[in-house]
Ligand binder design. Structure first.
Ligand SMILES: [Zn+2]
Length: 338
């Protein structure tokens, strides 16, 4: 297990019933492949967008996009990302919009997501936050789960969400203020100095230049303020499973939606360049589920098998072993502006 000079929490309990319910993801994989394959690939990048190193090597090709691993920071990135316009089109596509409605803007699971997924993350962030102001800005707030929990903990909240459907859902469902806005050089002055806590859950992996958005966020905040970031983590058992079966991916190394999967060192270095130090990190994930559901594509006999039923109640324990080896597929960091 790697040593860091900040607190590292490893592991988060998982809904063990999930394995029993649905191992079959072949339809979802086919849709993911069709979506990614028709997007025009861009020219090869020379330098790692996370740390600017020119030394990186190809890991695998997924649906025509090449993921490279950076020798400088240990992160993985799409080396032939689409042009900005093609990327924007991808986020307006039926594939993306429908997936978000099923996964997030869905009344039947939203309460579960608030209680089981977001409450522990927001409480971890508050526990390790150094901020004195009880104001919270969630950039890319989606359907508002994080805002709802932060509000419940007494924070004055504001969400920014460019997606109209999600922004409207958040405002209606949780009564939180959401603006269809985004952080950029042009909007920095509007938000400067107001937010003790800024969070970005599942944002940095989607933007072509994560250093630019961190530079803008850093310009908004002052010393002692808190920045909370959750991103896909690399390397992980999930990404190793996907590197073994690169034609069977529907999450994590799914291009061009995830342009980056960050190593904890890469994240630490990038935050440091923008004036932040990490107070605490939390590694957790769904790697065991990812691996066994991928194996299930090749061995459908696994579905409803005694083997699967026996493994199901052990999911959290099996994932905990992966987490304790720093091979989880997600990482959450709480950083302080210095
Ligand atoms: Zn790098």
């Amino acid at each position: 297990m790697a040593q860091y000079d900040f607190t590292v929490k490893r592991g988060k309990p998982i809904d063990s019933g999930r394995l029993k319910k649905d191992l079959n993801k072949s339809a979802s994989i086919a849709a993911a492949a069709a979506f990614s394959e028709q997007i025009t690939k861009g020219p090869m990048l020379q330098r790692c967008p996370v740390c600017d190193s020119a030394k990186h090597r190809k890991l695998l090709t997924v649906y025509g996009f090449d993921y490279h691993e950076c020798n400088g920071c240990g992160s993985a990135f799409v080396c032939n990302p689409p042009a900005d316009e093609a990327l924007s089109d991808a986020y307006r596509s039926d594939y993306y919009t429908t997936a978000n409605k099923v996964l997030y803007a869905n009344d039947s699971i939203i309460d579960y997501r608030v209680a089981q997924v977001f409450t522990p993350k927001i409480e971890f962030a508050i526990e390790h936050s150094s901020a004195s102001k009880k104001t919270w800005l969630d950039i890319g707030c989606g359907v508002g789960e994080a805002l709802s929990v932060a509000k419940g903990h007494g924070y004055a909240t504001l969400g920014l969400e460019p997606n109209v459907m999600e922004a409207e859902y958040a405002a209606k469902r949780f009564g939180v203020e959401v603006r269809q806005d985004y952080i950029s050089k042009d909007t920095v002055s509007k938000y400067r100095g107001q937010y003790g806590v800024i969070s970005m859950f599942s944002v940095l992996e989607h933007v072509p230049d994560p250093n630019q958005i961190l530079s803008d966020v850093s310009a908004i905040q002052g010393e002692g303020d808190t920045l909370v970031i959750e991103v896909p983590h690399f390397p992980s058992i999930s990404t190793m499973s996907q590197m073994t079966f690169p034609n069977h991916v529907n999450r994590m190394m799914h291009p061009p939606l995830h342009l980056f999967l960050f190593s904890l060192r890469g994240l630490e270095g990038m935050l440091k360049r923008h004036g932040y130090k990490i107070n605490a990190a939390w590694l957790f994930g769904q790697d065991f589920y990812e691996m066994i559901s991928t194996l299930g594509l090749f061995a459908p006999e696994l579905n409803q098998s005694k083997l699967l039923l026996a493994l199901s109640p052990m999911m959290s324990d099996l994932q905990a072993v992966i987490d304790s080896n720093d091979l989880s597929d997600e990482v959450l960091v709480v950083a302080e502006r210095t």
